[in-house]
Design a protein around this ligand. Structure first.
Ligand SMILES: [Zn+2]
Length: 118
């Protein structure tokens, strides 16, 4: 359940339109090479900072249950665990998936226990 959700999140990241549209309009307004370099530097710093925060704080609230981890029944005190996060209320942040992926790729050649299916 969890690896499938992670793949879906990564697919959404590569094909998502939330960031690419803004980047397209940004590049359309830029003309000189100096501006391009400055923007590239800012973007690199922002991405590095985001990845750093994902390294230190890898979890966010589960979006389905808003971090509660369970859904209450309207009757009595019954509840069920959130199927998305299995009751933990946690969501692995997107940047952390990227970090995990980079670690898995880097360690694939060194680690004898890795699957190495690529
Ligand atoms: Zn949840």
């Amino acid at each position: 359940m969890l690896p499938r959700a992670a793949t879906a999140t990564l697919t959404a990241a590569t094909h998502g339109s939330d960031g690419s549209d803004a980047a397209a309009t940004l590049t359309a307004t830029i003309h000189t090479a100096g501006q391009v370099a400055a923007v590239a530097l800012i973007v690199t710093i922002a991405v590095a900072f985001y990845l750093f925060t994902c390294l230190v704080w890898p979890f966010g609230k589960c979006r389905r249950c808003k971090g509660v981890g369970k859904f209450k029944s309207p009757f009595g005190k019954a509840f069920r665990h959130c199927p998305r996060c299995d009751g933990s209320g946690l969501r692995v942040r997107l940047g952390r998936h990227v970090i995990n992926h980079m670690r898995a790729v880097r360690g694939a050649g060194q680690n004898s226990t890795s699957k190495g299916d690529k």
